[in-house]
Design a protein around this ligand. Structure first.
Ligand SMILES: NC(=O)c1ccc[n+]([C@@H]2O[C@H](COP(=O)([O-])OP(=O)(O)OC[C@H]3O[C@@H](n4cnc5c(N)ncnc54)[C@H](OP(=O)(O)O)[C@@H]3O)[C@@H](O)[C@H]2O)c1
Length: 448
């Protein structure tokens, strides 16, 4: 994505993709192909290489493929003049003008990207962890060295939401971004919704299909989504927020029965990442939430991603598509490469400091709430819970109880009228400690 936060970037215009890559540069076009060094030949790197190798006369020329133990990676379809290497330094010292970082993680990716920018090479990366933690510094470094840093694939894979924040939406003043940003969570939750299978079975299925890693904690517990939300916040709300400052709630506590109760409320459950900028506070949260079944979020199935932006002038805008996968993500990477190639010859302009706010971060949203209890049934349960809620000035909206469960493990639901998170949580702690509760109470916001 473009360096949005500088005077230089505000004057640049992102070219229409089709004009550049499809063009036949042999007809006197002045753009000469830019050398591209690809570091990381895995799922995305391989797909990027395939696109670059199958395009003739494009503005991009693959010069290097760098990977550890590179010999096992060689492919017959890669042209002979492409150099295969495992040596970062030889890439950094080469005449490639753009480096594509697709190894992922922070180490050694961060050092590699810093070194490339210092060497005057522009960088394209899909690395959300790197950008979420070091994006502003790296953008500054790129500006200081007269080069570009683009990361359009780091959020929502093949869905071009980050480029859109810089072009079609930069004329608005955005105040809110919400999204389904993690395909693994969405796959598991939509499987629970469709088949009411146990959570562990849905997770195993996602792992067997390659949608979830063996250790899926980053996905399930919200770490992946909040890194993406912090990048969206940076790009769309011009607010710098570390991923750790955003509360992340796990989806592990969701049970198939929650979809039965959600359906009674004409809702379903999705992992929603949301950020609202109000005055100097950023309200942000990642976690499972009830959404209307007929809403755009409620209709997103399997491993798709959806991002909704809210602007002061333009209202709501939606972006839907494949949030992961080698080919969709490679499209985003190659689109960034084309943008960089188009702008690489532009004269570097004097840089101004990054204009980023560092707002206070809060998760104290005001919403209605869904509270699900598992209890060992006995007389007086509702009265005990109602007394605690009343003592905290919280109003019950409805009580739902489905028949057919054992009395020793009975799930039921109370919905609460809109109140702030901070008002509800002390009451939750007291209710979960009651001796008839067999598990902590599950508390989900209801997003209408
Ligand atoms: N896959 C997606 O759907 C997707 C979507 C959006 C963004 N992304 C991002 O894209 C990036 C790449 O993801 P991916 O799915 O392509 O990962 P991947 O399949 O694991 O590929 C990473 C490649 O980098 C190589 N590598 C890792 N560490 C290295 C090191 N220290 N030195 C040299 N080579 C190294 C790996 O080699 P080995 O073969 O030896 O492991 C592998 O070939 C990540 O930042 C990821 O978050 C991926």
């Amino acid at each position: 994505m473009k360096i949005n936060f500088t005077e230089q970037a505000l004057r640049k215009t992102r070219p229409k993709a089709a004009i550049v890559i499809g063009s036949d540069l042999s007809q006197g076009d002045q753009i000469r192909p830019r050398g591209v060094a690809l570091v990381g030949f895995g799922t995305v790197g391989r797909a990027v290489a395939q696109i670059l190798c199958e395009r003739k006369n494009s503005s991009l020329r693959l010069t290097h493929i760098c990977n550890r133990h590179v010999e096992r990676k060689r492919q017959a379809w890669v042209p002979r003049d492409v150099i295969w290497t495992e040596d970062f330094d030889s890439v950094l010292n080469s005449d490639a003008e753009i480096l594509v970082e697709l190894i992922g993680g922070l180490h050694p990716a961060e050092n590699l990207v810093r070194s490339a920018l210092k060497a005057g090479k522009s960088v394209v990366t899909a690395n959300k962890q790197l950008i979420a933690r070091h994006g502003p510094e790296l953008l500054k470094l790129a500006g200081e060295n007269g080069c570009q840093l683009e990361f359009g694939a780091s959020v929502a894979g093949g869905v071009p939401v980050l480029p859109a924040l810089h072009t079609g939406l930069c004329g608005d003043r955005l105040h809110g971004i919400a999204g389904i940003l993690n395909g693994t969570c969405n796959y598991i939750l939509s499987r629970l919704e469709m088949s009411r299978i146990p959570f562990s079975e849905a997770l195993e299925e996602a792992q067997a299909r390659g949608y979830a890693e063996a250790d899926a904690s980053e996905d399930l517990d919200g770490g992946d989504a909040r890194a993406k939300l912090s990048i969206l916040t940076l790009a769309g709300l011009q607010a710098r927020v570390s991923p750790e400052a955003i509360r992340a709630r796990t989806i592990r506590s969701i049970d198939a029965v929650d979809f039965d109760y959600a359906a009674e409320l004409e809702c379903t459950i999705r992992q929603i990442s949301r950020a609202d900028l109000k005055d100097k506070t950023l309200f942000a949260d990642v976690g499972p939430s009830l959404v209307p079944a007929s809403s755009p979020f409620g209709r997103v199935q399997r491993n798709l991603n959806l991002v909704l932006t809210s602007g002061q002038h333009g209202g709501d805008v939606a972006f839907l598509g494949a949030g992961a996968g080698g080919e969709p993500t490679a499209v985003a990477v190659v689109s960034d490469l084309m943008f960089v190639a188009q702008n690489i010859s532009a004269q570097p302009r004097a840089q101004r400091p990054l204009l980023l706010a560092s707002p206070k971060v809060s998760c104290d949203f005001e919403t209605p709430w869904y509270l699900r209890f598992w209890v060992n049934d006995q007389p007086g349960i509702i009265a005990s819970l109602a007394a605690i809620l009343s003592a905290h000035r919280l109003n019950i909206d409805s009580v739902l109880q489905k028949p057919g469960f054992e009395k020793s493990a009975l799930p039921f639901v109370i919905t609460i009228e809109p109140c702030r998170d901070a008002q509800l949580h002390p009451a939750l702690e007291k209710m979960s400690a009651l001796e008839f509760c067999t598990k902590p109470c599950l508390c989900l916001p209801i997003l209408r």
